[in-house]
Write a protein that binds this ligand. Sequence first.
Ligand SMILES: N=c1c2ncn([C@@H]3O[C@H](COP(=O)(O)OP(=O)(O)OP(=O)(O)O)[C@@H](O)[C@H]3O)c2ncn1[C@@H]1O[C@H](COP(=O)(O)O)[C@@H](O)[C@H]1O
Length: 87
Amino acid sequence: MATFDELHETLLARAAERPDGSATVEALDAGIHAMGKKVLEEAGEVWLAAEHEDDEALALEISQLLYRLQVVMVARGVTPADVYRHL
Ligand SMILES: N=c1c2ncn([C@@H]3O[C@H](COP(=O)(O)OP(=O)(O)OP(=O)(O)O)[C@@H](O)[C@H]3O)c2ncn1[C@@H]1O[C@H](COP(=O)(O)O)[C@@H](O)[C@H]1O
């Protein structure tokens, strides 16, 4: 379990340390185009879960979308504070 800010710190560390087996390292290495496709894929799964699945399944899909958004943030150097300023 992690907050949005804690996850961001973890992903920054993965990007810096590049440990073997990291999903984040793999996603970053795949490039921004592939990251964008993952965002769209997970957004679609959130939509479908919201229409057809229970709250737990929906929460899981939302967590995966938040993760994919954070990968894009790390790739582009956008911080949570940069995002919060617009909320
Ligand atoms: N929150 C996540 C997270 N959410 C999703 N994913 C990745 O995304 C995959 C699932 O998304 P995909 O839809 O692409 O894969 P899939 O096989 O189609 O799976 P489903 O959608 O069918 O479930 C997972 O197998 C992970 O590789 C995540 N990978 C990592 N994290 C967290 O990120 C942190 C760093 O992780 P590592 O970089 O792997 O060390 C840790 O705190 C992790 O808990």
